[in-house]
Structures are given as C-alpha cells and as structure tokens.
Design a protein around this ligand. Sequence first.
Ligand code: URA
Length: 192
Amino acid sequence: MAESEQLVSISSKVVVCTLCGLSKSRTHAVPGEGGDNSKLLILGEAPGRYEDASGRPFVGMAGKFLDKYLEAAGIRREDAFVTNVVKCRPPKNRKPKDFEIKACRPYLLGQIRSISPSLILALGKTACEGLDIDVDKLLQITGKIMKIKFGGEDFTVLAAFHPSFPMRFKSKRDRFLADLKAAKAYLDSVQS
Ligand code: URA
C-alpha cells in the first residue's frame, strides 16, 4: 500500500491544516488511507467520533458496516483509497458546511489527481456534492456510472447510499449491496 510522495505531502498538510474552524474542535484530522495505485477511491462525508479519535477513515460503526458490504460485493478495502470530502470531524457530526467543503477541496482534488482512480465510489449526498455533482434525489443517481468533470479533469463516479443509511434502515440494504456490486462490475470491466 505504497503512498506516493504527493499523497504523503497532502496528508502532512491535512494533519496540521487550520483553513477552517473544524481544526479547532478536532482531535485528529483524517487525511485518508490506501495505496496511490488504487483503482478505486471510496469517498465519504466527514470523520465521525472514532475516526476523529484514531485519525483513520471509516473505522466506527458505519465503517464496519461498509467493510461487511464491500466484502459481500467482492471489493477489498485494502485495494481502495478511502477518504472523506471534509477531513476533520464537524461538531456533533453535523453536515459539513459549504465553506468547509470548499476549504478542504484542494486536498481532495490533489488526492484524486495523484491516485487517478478508475472509479470514485461516492457514498451519500455530501460525497456527491463534494465532487460538484448536482444531487436532487440521491436515489435517482445511485448505481449508475457517471462521467464527471472535477477540477477541470474527467473522472468516473458511481454514487451509493452513505453506509449509515442502510445501517439504520434494513429495507435499504439490498439496494446498497446492488450498487456496490455495480461498482465492482465496473472495476472488473476496466481492469487490464
Ligand atoms: N462517515 C463518513 O462519512 N466518513 C467516515 O470516515 C466515517 C463515517
């Protein structure tokens, strides 16, 4: 899981970042983790309590739920780079504000550029918004391969629910799994 110099440099900036007020309440910033040759980039919203405590993404309950469903879809988390739109925990896990998303954007864009993933799996509405994808109803776009421009470059994105949603609502789990399987099928189709 080698990280390129560029990724390491982004992470070292994130951990001391003071570009927005979230830096005042965080315990640890959470830059993200994974190899720079990952074909898949998994994008969440923001760190929660356990991520803030550990400095690692998706290690709390939503992360464990995600891990279980990734495995069921045949996706190895170790093969992905996992990060969030916003790198510091918002107080009481509130939704990140637009200016916080904007402040963090250069880090996200730098990570995406340096990894150049075949697919970005955007988990939830905030993840889509962080990529400048216009979301009216998330359900209308989940499970579909979308070609987007972000930071002036072309990327491929598949949106799925944020894991906390199917974790809470059992009836959403089949759809969540189907969307993760669609991500896996796309990755297999572009694998050389
Ligand atoms: N929720 C997220 O969106 N990201 C995390 O890292 C953890 C929970």
